[in-house]
Design a protein around this ligand. Sequence first.
Ligand code: PNS
Length: 185
Amino acid sequence: MLLIRMNTVKAIYPGTFDPPTNGHLDLIERGAKIVDHLVVAILRNSSKGEPLFTTAERAAMLTECVKPFGNVSVATFDGLLVDFARQEGARALLRGIRAISDYEYEFQMAMMNRKLAPELETIFMMPAEKYTYVSSRLIKGVYRLGGDVAELIPPLVLERLASKRGAVAPEGTGVDLVEGSPGDD
Ligand code: PNS
């Protein structure tokens, strides 16, 4: 007897993506290989302060970046991630772990999400070694100081960063090389 499994897996890859980095794209590529559909979900109401890029700008950049993948889409969400995941009919959340320092924050978040939605699994993946130190915060900080970040972000993000010159981390916006904290994307 031929048994056809219609059991597709949709996963959500949430974050602030301000801006998207090659580390994010690396994770998207890995995630897209193991699930049927991956939704890159941009948090609209981030508590990280005023973002450099608007939600619409981040969505536009990510949409362009994920074009090569046939099974990845981009969305935005507000409120609880688990509510968005349920609304999307997702069965898993995808998160990246770069180093041990990410672990504690990610573990807490995964456990809280499990408490809120036991049916959702969190999948952790590691980006390529060459991106293990890359975060959106560091990119903005280094770029602000004139450093070369071209190998660490998609070319179109570099272009958009250049168009924000002057707005990239003016003093006091928290984009600071020494004030990173676990969970910095
Ligand atoms: O990659 P980031 O920027 O650290 O992403 C953090 C994000 C968006 C995954 C997290 O802040 C989140 O899920 N926010 C939505 C609110 C929520 O569900 N909070 C409870 C999670 S414990």
